[in-house]
Design a protein around this ligand. Structure first.
Ligand code: ADP
Length: 735
């Protein structure tokens, strides 16, 4: 139950509070009390009490305890109130502060009154409070215990005792005294007089209480504590007044006054309800606040926990992801590296294996080549040497001719072999480049057939040439290489066929305005090649050994043929059956020349290998070179003179009519360059070709400077040699 400790709890100690902090806290707590914010007030006071304790400030500590006691008293927590008031009393004593002690004692008495077993103590406390206040002559403080005691005695119908307290109080109270005390005194006196049948005095006192109370209510309308107390006093006063009227037999008035009593009582209850509501809402707020705070704290904790868990899981997740990523990356890298290493190793292995195989192949080929070449060279050389000595020893004219023929055969063979070896090595070192000249295919094939006439006759073979009608006979390409291919193939066919037929067929496979793709077929019905040997015959020095080894040859022909066809970006094929014959075929695409006349005008080249009746001068100081060159030329049907040095050459040129001069550079007395310079003074047209073993780039500039037309580097490829000769002669012939 709520109880107002009407008008007694705002007393301040007279002495100054020492600590600002404590003082401010006390002020705050008092303000909170006015707003019924008990919990908060207690909280503030807790802090203030701690501060006071810390400062050994017993005075303020006592004051705070008094305040705390009042809060508990107001909230019906009497034990706590008594305990706090007791503390306040003790601290007041230790701090020797009588004022605080007086207050504490009065408060103690009031609280103890509510405990039936402590009533005597309460009376004692009130009496002590009064006595101490009397010593101090503090009238205000003297009045309070007196009134409290008076009230107690009246309530317990101890009117005499009551008057013993109220009477001195009446003397102490003046119109300036506290209104609450004045109302209380008059009310108690009214009751006393009423119960002691002093009705007029009673009426007087009660009226006085009523008027002060009403005035105070009017003046303090907003102060609910005061208005509540005064309304309660008024209700009390009107009840007494009603009793008084009743005692006087004035029942009507008594009834009316009872109405007044009810009215003020109801007013008081209304105010109480308001205050209770306010307190309840504050309490509710506080509880709610506490609950909320607790819930929030719990939520916060939970959230924090969750967040921490979440963070930990995120961090763990990230760490796991990072570790897995790092692992993945490293294994991926490792894998890649491994794969790359593996791949590199595989490739390196492959390269090494191929290199090893090539090296082995090269080495065997080289030794095979050297042994074959030396063998092939040695055989005819023995022949040459042997035959020469025979010739020297045996001057028999009959035998002489025979030996000479054999000697020539050996010489020719040696030359062919050397030429083939040279050409093969030139092709293998990529030194052979295809030329582009216009040529007449028909004339070319006829020329070849003619040059092979002797071979053809010796084996009694027939040669059949079939040239597709549609082939535009003037083509552009390397006619010399084509001749070489066909001579080799036809030569073989004639060689390995006896009393048979050789067919040379040229078909046009594809034809458009600019070019035509030709299929060349060289076929015979000779001895044929066994299947097992067919793939080997294109190798160097490959020869199918026959029981009767009567076939001459170097074993390089088909190797050269295949390489030349490869140069044309094509392939050679063979179809052959032992005893039935062989067929070699390949395709080459040639550009088409415009018309023959136009070609002559634009290129100035109309000579083919078929046209060979030219007169040449070979200038060389080396006798063997002279013979070799002369032989090569004569084999092709050229006629030629020899000059042993530059001066000799000049003389010969002045006298004879040559189509071309092959001039060696390094010669004693007058070298090739100087000789040419002189020749150019009287003959500017004659084609002069340098024939030298000096590096081409070195000599070409000097040769051109002195008026030479071209350069052939020794050792030369015979076909290239002829091609250069023909090209230079044809230039002059068309001018
Ligand atoms: P060779 O100088 O020995 O003729 P080739 O390289 O031209 O060298 O030929 C290699 C071998 O192929 C010949 O020795 C021969 O056994 C065989 N051969 C080539 N052409 C024919 C052919 N038309 N008929 C039969 N055998 C051939």
């Amino acid at each position: 139950m709520l109880l107002f400790v009407c008008a007694e709890h705002n007393l301040r100690a007279q002495g100054e509070l020492t600590s600002d902090d404590v003082q401010n806290s006390i002020a705050d707590a008092e303000q909170l009390l006015k707003e019924y914010k008990y919990e908060q007030a207690l909280e503030v006071l807790k802090y203030a009490r701690q501060a006071a304790q810390y400062n050994n400030d017993d005075k303020n500590h006592s004051y705070i305890s008094n305040l705390r006691g009042q809060i508990y008293e107001m909230n019906d927590e009497i034990e706590k109130a008594i305990s706090n008031y007791s503390t306040a009393k003790i601290l007041a004593i230790t701090s020797k502060n009588r004022v605080l002690e007086i207050d504490a004692l009065n408060n103690l008495g009031r609280a103890k009154l509510k405990k039936p077993n402590l009533i005597n103590e309460a009376i004692e406390d009130f009496n002590q409070s009064y006595q101490f206040a009397a010593v101090l002559k503090d009238t205000t403080r003297m009045v309070k215990p007196l009134l409290n005691l008076g009230k107690h005695y009246i309530a317990n119908k101890k009117y005499k005792l009551a008057y013993q307290k109220l009477s001195p109080a009446q003397k102490l109270i003046s119109p300036k005294s506290d209104a609450t005390d004045r109302v209380k005194l008059n009310l108690l006196l009214g009751k006393y007089y009423l119960n002691t049948d002093q009705l007029d005095l009673a009426n007087q006192s009660l009226d006085s209480a009523v008027s002060v109370a009403k005035k105070e209510i009017r003046n303090h309308q907003n102060n609910k504590d005061l208005t509540f107390c005064f309304n309660l006093d008024l209700a009390d006063a009107y009840r007494a007044k009603s009793n008084l009227s009743y005692a006087r037999g004035n029942f009507k008035k008594a009834y009316k006054l009872l109405d007044q009593h009810t009215k003020y009582y109801n007013d008081a209850q209304r105010i109480k309800k308001d205050v209770d509501l306010q307190k309840a809402s504050i309490k509710f707020d506080v509880d709610e606040y506490k609950k909320q705070a607790q819930k929030m704290e719990e939520d916060l904790d939970e959230k924090e926990n969750e967040e921490i868990k979440w963070r930990i899981s995120i961090i763990l997740g990230i760490v796991i992801i990072l570790i897995s990523l790092a692992f993945l990356i490293s294994s991926y890298k490792n894998n890649l590296q491994k794969k790359k290493l593996n791949q590199d190793l595989i490739e390196k292995n492959k390269e090494l294996r191929t290199a090893k195989e090539t090296a082995e192949q090269v080495s065997t080929l080289k030794s095979q080549f050297i042994s074959t070449v030396s063998h092939e060279l040695r055989t005819p050389l023995y022949g040459v040497i042997g035959l020469t000595s025979l010739l020297m020893e045996n001057p028999d004219a009959k035998k002489k001719n025979e030996y000479l023929e054999s000697l020539k055969f050996s010489g020719d063979y040696l030359l062919a072999l050397i030429n083939d070896v040279l050409q093969l090595s030139k092709i293998e070192t990529n030194e052979v480049k295809l030329e582009k000249v216009s040529f007449d295919l028909k004339i070319l094939i006829e020329g070849i057939t003619n040059s092979l006439r002797t071979k053809q006759k010796s084996n009694n073979n027939k040669v059949h040439i079939n040239l597709d009608e549609s082939i535009d006979s003037t083509l552009i390409g390397d006619s010399v290489r084509l001749s070489q291919i066909l001579i080799n193939l036809m030569g073989n066919a004639l060689k390995f066929t006896k009393d048979g037929n050789i067919w040379v067929n040229v078909k046009c496979l594809e034809d458009d305005k600019k070019s035509c793709k030709l299929r060349f077929v060289v076929k015979d019905d000779g001895i044929g090649i066994p299947k097992s040997k067919q793939k080997d015959i294109f190798d160097n020095f490959a020869q199918v050994k026959n029981q009767n080894q009567e076939y001459e040859g170097t074993g390089l022909g088909l190797a050269i043929v295949r390489k030349l066809i490869h140069l044309h970006e094509s392939e050679i094929f063979i179809e052959s059956e032992e005893g039935k014959g062989s067929e070699f075929y390949f395709d080459i695409t040639y550009e088409k020349a415009l018309k023959e006349k136009e070609v002559l005008l634009t290129t100035g080249e109309n000579l083919s290998i078929g046209t060979t009746n030219f007169n040449l001068l070979v200038v060389d100081d080396n006798k063997i070179n002279q013979i070799v060159t002369q032989n090569i030329l004569k084999k092709k049907g050229y006629s030629c003179d020899i000059a042993g040095n530059g001066a000799d050459a000049i003389e010969k040129i002045k006298v004879n009519d040559y189509d071309l001069v092959l001039m060696d550079i390094n010669m004693p007395e007058l070298n090739g360059l100087e000789a040419t310079k002189i020749i150019r003074t009287f003959n500017s047209q004659l084609p002069i070709i340098a024939l030298t073993a000096v590096e081409e780039n070195e000599i070409r500039v000097q040769a051109t400077a002195v008026g030479m037309n071209d350069v052939i580097i020794k050792p030369y490829d015979t076909q290239q040699f002829f091609q250069t000769i023909i090209r230079n002669i044809s230039k002059i012939k068309t001018i």
